[in-house]
Design a binder for this molecule. Structure first.
Ligand SMILES: [Zn+2]
Ligand SMILES: [Zn+2]
Length: 320
């Protein structure tokens, strides 16, 4: 009898601990409100021909609770699996690839636990979307990664010969070959490293101005992965985008100042504190520039603010 009581007490204790863990993991606990960014807002000289197009390749069927603390376990969210095409007269760039043609085979190489909680739909790979829009693949100068996780690099093999731009830290991360990326499966990818030779930019300590006209500026944002970056794009009409990769999964992370749930942070981020620091920088920047359009890789609402690729080939699109 005594033993039985002990078992019951131990089981009840375990349930309580598990419940506390779940509640703590998913309950809201906003980050402190940072001071608005107070530094200079550098001017940009984007060429008139510049444009950005969204390339949403599919979705992951998730719930809000997966994306940010306080999110409901019952609110369905379609997480975009996406990239963006930046057209620039000095060379077009694709920011991330989203799902590629071989996503089904690639997905089978991911850890079993992750696969059992992940349900995705492939819409159309980036390479096929570009082709359908009449885009000449030769115009693509490089693929610029926000980071190297599976859902951002899946389409790399669909662009043979196109250089892939990464930071030295992310290149090293790719070499170490974590179980959440596919890069180890790919052969013949031409990685090219770039560095942050430029000074501070919009609250970030360093920068890389790709074409020297401040139209596309990359800043380091380590945390989610060691070489994660944020890509600022400024268009001729003054529209400013911040492609933040997986800094947050959903915009609520910024607007509510809510990090990913603890369990997700533990699995997804290599340095959650570093990621938090960069989240606060973006939150402070959004205070100062409310019109800044923040585009997390997995939030449809960000991509809805970007024009879609033309559905059929159009002369204007091809000739730009
Ligand atoms: Zn990621
Ligand atoms: Zn991702």
């Amino acid at each position: 009898m005594k033993n039985r009581n002990l078992y019951v007490a131990a089981a009840a204790g375990a349930v309580l601990v598990a419940l506390a863990l779940v509640l703590r993991t998913f309950s809201a606990l906003p980050l402190p409100i940072p001071e608005a960014y107070a530094g200079p807002i550098p001017s940009a000289r984007p060429p008139m021909e510049m444009a950005v197009f969204s390339v949403v390749t599919g979705v992951n069927h998730r719930v809000a609770a997966f994306g940010f603390r306080g999110g409901s376990l019952f609110e369905r969210r379609e997480f975009s699996m996406a990239g963006a095409l930046v057209k620039h007269p000095k060379g077009d760039l694709l920011i991330d690839t989203g799902f590629g043609r071989n996503i089904d085979q690639q997905f089978r190489t991911l850890p079993l636990l992750f696969r059992t909680i992940t349900f995705y739909s492939l819409w159309q790979p980036a390479a096929d979307q570009l082709r359908a829009a009449g885009y000449d693949p030769k115009s693509l100068h490089a693929i610029l990664l926000t980071h190297s996780h599976w859902d951002h690099v899946s389409g790399l093999p669909d662009f043979p010969g196109v250089p892939v731009w990464v930071t030295p830290q992310e290149h090293e991360f790719i070499r170490k070959s974590g179980d959440m990326d596919f890069c180890r499966l790919f052969t013949g990818i031409r990685y090219e490293e770039y560095s942050f030779e430029g000074g501070p930019y919009l609250g970030f300590p360093a920068s890389h101005d790709i074409y020297g006209d401040a139209s596309i500026v990359v800043v380091p944002a380590p945390g989610h992965t060691p070489g994660s970056v944020i890509i600022f794009v400024t268009l001729p009409d003054g529209t400013r985008y911040a492609f933040v990769g997986d800094l947050v999964y959903q915009l609520d992370g910024i607007t509510l100042r809510e990090e990913r749930p603890w369990l997700v942070r533990r699995k997804a981020d290599t340095d959650a504190e570093g990621n938090r620091e960069n989240m606060l920088r973006i939150i402070a920047l959004k205070e100062r520039i409310p019109e800044l359009i923040i585009v997390p890789a997995h939030d449809m609402r960000g991509f809805a603010r970007i024009p879609r690729l033309p559905q059929t080939s159009s002369r204007t699109f091809m000739s730009q």
